[in-house]
Design a protein around this ligand. Structure first.
Ligand SMILES: Cc1cc2nc3c(=O)[nH]c(=O)nc-3n(C[C@H](O)[C@H](O)[C@H](O)COP(=O)(O)O)c2cc1C
Length: 214
């Protein structure tokens, strides 16, 4: 089982609740399935560039024009994307670790998603067959922490919606969400309890993944 873990959190683990969820998740998973192949991408060490015009031309022009030949700058614009896509396309499971920032994913995570979900690289797109994944990821585990608490379907939560829809687009429909909510102790007396609850949920998610026959 190949796991790609992408983390968007600049804080050290002792200060980052989402990273603590990741520690609990991987601690249990490796205990149950020591043979897992784990690739870690810390986005603050492997910073994604913003999506560029060159990258846009390189990946989208061929979708509409089979004659299109990229120039050198367009060719080189996929350097970061290709390195990440190699890891993405090798993975069976994708684990995403992040805090909620301004109701959504941290910008560095959005930039990574923009680099990875590319036509001809991680999905194919054409009139006859529509959109099909070129990867083999079966499931996503989303590990999040937020200051406030959001009920299911709360429309302020752009984070889980964005992750869900972006990856559904490329055929990944199974997402486990583990969420340490209400982590601002100024407003939530039970912040510690919510965190313990989320750590338990992270361990349960690891147990579920360990049972998958991959
Ligand atoms: C830049 C920034 C933006 C934030 N935006 C939100 C927000 O929109 N909603 C929320 O509930 N908490 C928000 N928070 C609080 C964090 O989500 C919260 O502290 C969380 O526990 C951080 O996770 P971490 O400990 O894994 O870093 C924000 C924090 C920062 C630093």
């Amino acid at each position: 089982m190949n796991i790609l873990h992408v983390c968007a959190n600049p804080k050290p683990t002792e200060e980052a609740i989402s990273k603590q969820l990741a520690s609990a998740f991987f601690g249990k998973l490796i205990e149950l399935k020591p043979e897992v192949e784990l690739i870690n991408v810390d986005l603050y060490d492997e910073k994604p560039p913003f999506f560029s015009y060159e990258l846009y031309k390189r990946v989208w022009y061929p979708v509409f024009n089979s004659e299109y030949a990229p120039n050198k700058a367009e060719e080189m614009s996929t350097n970061y994307a290709d390195a990440q896509i190699e890891k993405f396309n090798d993975a069976d499971i994708l684990v995403l670790t992040m805090p909620m920032w301004n109701y959504s994913v941290p910008a560095i995570m959005k930039a990574w998603i923009d680099q990875v979900l590319l036509p001809g690289k991680t999905f194919s797109i054409n009139k006859e067959e529509g959109i099909n994944g070129l990867h083999k990821i079966k499931r996503i585990v989303l590990l999040v922490s937020s200051g406030a608490a959001y009920k299911e379907d709360d429309d302020r939560d752009a984070l889980s919606r964005q992750v869900r829809h972006a990856f559904e687009f490329v055929g990944i429909n199974e997402i486990d969400v583990v969420w340490a909510e209400g982590q601002n102790p100024m407003f939530f007396d039970n912040a510690e309890e919510s965190k313990s609850f989320a750590i338990e949920a992270a361990i349960e998610a690891a147990e579920d993944i360990a049972e998958m026959e991959i």
